[in-house]
Design a protein around this ligand. Structure first.
Ligand code: GAR
Length: 198
């Protein structure tokens, strides 16, 4: 079987990258080909290297907000790695429509909310402040609009009395690590039917 090649983009600890990478063994239709970060010090890069996955970093800071120039550099390691699928996993830079269109239909993102609720940042605090009974995470196809695009899976978690953004984030993260690998496995096999968890 010819495996689908998966590039994973991250900015931080990379726990979702680890969940994805560790799922891509055996009968899985995909394998990781690159882990790429906008932060050369991101802890996720070392975790990828420890797993034998090629890594690369393009520091966004010298580009001083020039997204197109940053993305021109970001494209280089991606072109070399020739991914079939690109997974954003805690990648905290907004991508331009041009960049997204290069990977239209084959770029996925995980977002810590039940989209379309709470696009953007501080999702856990916003869900608690709103008095919501539940929260969760969403994996979706990336389109030019931020945290938008067809939903490929969602996992729901209860919000408990006394939850803080930190306790809620930890509860959601457990489900991110189940949801994203489940969606990627299905997507890599050509199936876009949404995954519902639990
Ligand atoms: C995850 O909770 C992910 O959903 C979130 O960042 C965290 C990264 O953690 N992503 C976003 O907020 C994207 N807007 P990780 O580096 O341990 O996977």
């Amino acid at each position: 079987m010819k495996h689908k090649r998966v590039a994973i983009l991250l900015s931080g600890g990379g726990s979702n990258m680890v969940a994805l990478a560790d799922s891509m063994t055996g009968e899985h239709p995909a394998r990781p080909c690159l882990v790429l970060s906008n932060d050369p010090t991101a802890a996720g890069l070392k975790k990828a290297a420890d797993r034998g996955i090629p890594t690369s970093a393009v520091d966004h800071r010298p580009f001083k907000g020039d997204r197109s120039a940053f993305e021109a550099e970001l494209r280089k390691p991606l072109q070399d790695a020739r991914p079939d699928i690109v997974c954003l996993a805690g990648f905290m830079r907004v991508l331009t429509g041009d960049f997204v269109s290069d990977f239209q239909g084959r770029m996925l993102n995980i977002h810590p909310s039940l989209l379309p609720k709470y696009k953007g940042l501080n999702t856990h605090a916003r869900a608690i402040s709103a008095g919501d009974a539940e929260h969760g995470c969403t994996v979706h196809e990336v389109t030019a609009a931020l945290d938008d695009g067809p939903v490929l899976g969602q996992a729901r978690v209860p919000i408990n009395v006394g939850d803080t953004p930190e306790t809620l984030a930890a509860r959601v993260l457990v489900w991110e690590h189940k949801l994203y690998p489940a969606v990627l496995r299905r997507f890599a096999a050509g199936d876009k039917t949404p995954v519902q968890m639990p």
